[in-house]
Design a protein. Structure first.
Length: 366
């Protein structure tokens, strides 16, 4: 039963750059935890700290109940899968998978058993005699995963393992990784900048921003209740629309429309209002507000409608709609949304604020 605990973990480089700031995180036995965030947010640095490839400036790292800050990577009982596969080009697939076991002085018969079982699991038994240059990208990644599996580590670490694969293969491989992780029940930490990959793979998502945790939760929790504008706009494709909306006498002004709220428990003069593209509804009868259509992008079953609000601010907005939407470039259309799909954020801090009591809920959706 392997757990990983990070307590007040920090990484500060000699030049003063603070890559990780007092980070606290608990990873439970068998969880697939995905670290996600934009380039430079600290996710790969954090993974390398767990692996022992980066020193820890302050704080504590525990694998199970053992503090491993000063342990060498080989002493932490972890296995890492890299984006560039890190295979030995002169060795066969079999020897690449067996290399770490031989270094551990594992008996030859046991090595053969472990490699054979892992190859069958990954469906690469027919490739064991080939060299890496004879393999496709997906096959190389399976070999890299096989090399990790045969060690039966306490923790798997994945550093953007699918980033070098084409889009179709990425979808296939992430499903295979998820099935494999569930079958093995090995505690796993996975780094990616791809939020679709993160949502698909994670039992628990950790959204990082400039070395800090913005939010931890299940993919559904983070999608439905993002803790900040940063999380709201990073998680979800297309990104959540964020509108700057003033509030006058208990009325939130949304472009040419409004939402009446109870001002007694909502003491703000302005907020940021979040609207997911897939939750906006084209409405001809009882629109909440209007937008002017500027561009339409066809996606097959759906389209993305790019528009600006019908007011002085002309704030950009994206709507995901079915392809029988009947809208043309240049049209002015009405939009509405179910009240439970509105998101409210503090104008200054960008942090999520509690949903106000709305006085016109029944009028918002036709």
């Amino acid at each position: 039963m392997t757990t990983v605990t990070l307590t007040n973990l920090e990484k500060c480089y000699p030049n003063g750059h603070q890559a990780i700031s007092k980070l606290n995180l608990s990873i439970e036995q068998g969880e697939m935890v995905v670290l996600v965030g934009p380039s430079g947010c600290g996710k790969s640095t954090l993974l390398r700290m767990i692996a022992g490839l980066e020193t820890i400036t302050q704080g504590d790292l525990f694998i199970d109940n053992l503090r491993v800050n000063e342990h060498e990577p080989s002493e932490r009982d972890i296995a890492m899968v890299f984006q560039n596969y890190a295979l030995y080009p002169h060795m066969s697939v079999y020897n690449n998978m067996a290399y770490g076991l031989r270094n551990r002085k594992t008996p030859k018969a046991k090595i053969e058993e472990l490699v054979t079982n892992a190859a069958q699991m990954l469906e690469i038994s027919h490739l064991l005699d080939r060299k890496p240059k004879e393999l496709s990208g997906g096959q190389r990644q399976r070999v890299a995963m096989g090399r990790a599996i045969v060690r039966d580590p306490k923790v798997f670490l994945f550093d953007e393992p699918l980033s070098n694969l084409d889009a179709k293969l990425r979808v296939q491989m992430r499903l295979e990784i998820k099935k494999l992780q569930r079958k093995l029940s090995t505690t796993s930490i996975y780094v990616t900048h791809d939020q679709v990959e993160a949502m698909t793979l994670a039992d628990k998502l950790v959204v990082l921003n400039q070395g800090n945790i913005e939010q931890v939760g299940t993919p559904l929790d983070i999608y439905e209740s993002p803790a900040s504008v940063f999380v709201a706009t990073f998680m979800g494709s297309p990104a959540m629309n964020i509108l700057d909306t003033p509030i006058n006498h208990g009325v939130i002004e949304v472009a040419d429309g409004h939402i009446a709220v109870s001002s007694q428990h909502f003491p703000y003069q302005a907020i940021k209002l979040g609207l997911r593209p897939e939750h906006l509804i084209i409405s001809h009868q009882h629109p909440l507000f209007h937008v002017d259509v500027e561009f339409i992008e066809a996606l097959g079953a759906d389209v993305l409608i790019y528009a600006t609000t019908y007011d002085k601010q002309k704030q950009p907005l994206v709507i995901r709609a079915p392809n029988d939407h009947g809208v043309k470039i240049g049209n002015r259309i009405g939009l509405t949304i179910h009240p439970e799909n509105l998101h409210f954020f503090n104008q200054q801090s960008g942090k999520r604020i509690n949903r106000p009591f709305m006085l016109i809920n029944e009028l918002m959706v036709s």
